[in-house]
Design a protein around this ligand. Structure first.
Ligand code: HEM
Ligand SMILES: *[C@@H]1O[C@H](CO)[C@@H](O)[C@H](O)[C@H]1NC(C)=O
Ligand SMILES: *[C@@H]1O[C@H](CO)[C@@H](O)[C@H](O)[C@H]1NC(C)=O
Ligand SMILES: *[C@@H]1O[C@H](CO)[C@@H](O)[C@H](O)[C@H]1NC(C)=O
Ligand SMILES: *[C@@H]1O[C@H](CO)[C@@H](O)[C@H](O)[C@H]1NC(C)=O
Length: 257
């Protein structure tokens, strides 16, 4: 599939886990009947076959396994989102990726690459929306926690200005900050939050792991202890101000936000 295939296969004896994450899972574009989500992470995992390529009838266990295998993202970073995902449909134990566009379940306004629900298509990638992130951190070839916070600020400012229906509570702010820390971590260094622009852009635009361009699966396990320090920079830089209050959100035992 790509030129790196032969040398990577030789490395497979020494690094079986990493190579399995790359060679055994080619990127294949979704077919007309496959479904995808507003999440570039889940879509990338499906496009590489870590999740069922159909995008349908997906279990929480499949999501947790795929995130670990594909991105080295630990369950603790995404399990709440995965559990919320079941509420997007009526099946007791599975979800379909397209149903995750259900507005205000996980899907929210002021996204990095999708329109607000009230403004248009909240499911598919939109280059105009994405241009704010794409053009951020000018003069260097990487994104970082500062640029991610500034992008969140710009995207929310645009939504507040153009969307009279904007939903912008603490819940959305926390989801958006988690998503920013995730793209920096999976496409860059999870400990510094520095990610090559080229890798991040391929992830969003093509929902593809940029293996041919030199990306490798992070060797650091990405979990809430690595994401929290990145979010602690992103959040103040984003200068977030709520548009509405939300009730206390209970997300687990001892976890109220
Ligand atoms: C596997 C690790 C994951 C990564 C790397 C990841 C990454 C991201 C990123 C970067 C975004 C922001 C997209 C944007 O603003 O345009 C996003 C959005 C989203 N993610 Fe994920 N995600 C992951 C896991 C999950 C899980 C487990 C769920 C739930 C089943 C989920 C559901 C969503 C949804 C519904 C959105 C849309 C939010 C919106 O922008 O309106 N994600 N994700
Ligand atoms: C998903 O589950 C439904 C309901 O059981 C079934 O009709 C459908 O064929 C399944 N689709 C796939 C792609 O597994
Ligand atoms: C926007 O909000 C108005 C007033 O609450 C409501 O009537 C309308 O259905 C909403 N539109 C969308 C697309 O959410
Ligand atoms: C992409 O987003 C822009 C800005 O909201 C919008 O004007 C445009 O119609 C969208 N394009 C598509 C194909 O939805
Ligand atoms: C992010 O990169 C910009 C541009 O080089 C730099 O000014 C800023 O200090 C960096 N942020 C962090 C947290 O290192």
């Amino acid at each position: 599939m790509h030129l790196l295939a032969i040398p990577l296969t030789m490395f497979a004896l020494a690094l079986p886990h990493r190579i399995a994450a790359q060679d055994d899972h080619p990127w294949i574009a979704p077919t007309a009947t496959d479904v995808r989500s507003p999440c570039p992470g889940l879509n990338t995992l499906a496009n590489h076959g870590y999740l069922p390529r159909t995008g349908m009838n997906i279990t929480i266990s499949q999501i947790l396994g795929a995130a670990l295998q594909g991105f080295n993202v630990d369950a603790d970073a995404i399990i709440q989102a995965a559990k919320f995902g079941l509420l997007s449909g009526n099946a007791p134990e599975t979800m379909n990726l397209d149903a995750l566009s259900l507005h205000n379940l996980i899907e929210h306004d002021a996204s990095l690459s999708r329109n607000d629900f009230a403004l248009g298509d909240n499911l598919h990638f939109n280059e105009t929306v994405f241009s704010t992130l794409a053009n951020s951190n000018p003069g260097v070839d990487f994104y970082n926690t500062t640029s991610a916070g500034l992008v969140q600020h710009a995207r929310l400012t645009d939504s507040v200005a153009r969307n009279p229906n904007v939903t912008n509570t603490l819940k959305e702010h926390l989801l958006r900050s988690r998503e920013s820390s995730l793209y920096l971590s999976i496409m860059g260094d999870p400990l510094t939050g520095v990610a090559p622009k080229q890798f991040v852009q391929i992830f969003f635009r093509e929902e593809r792991l940029p293996i041919a361009e030199g990306w490798t699966r992070p060797t650091t396990l990405i979990d809430s202890t690595t994401l929290a320090p990145l979010e602690s920079i992103i959040r103040p830089v984003s200068m977030w101000v709520a548009s509405q209050a939300c009730e206390d959100l209970v997300i687990g035992p001892g976890l109220t936000i």
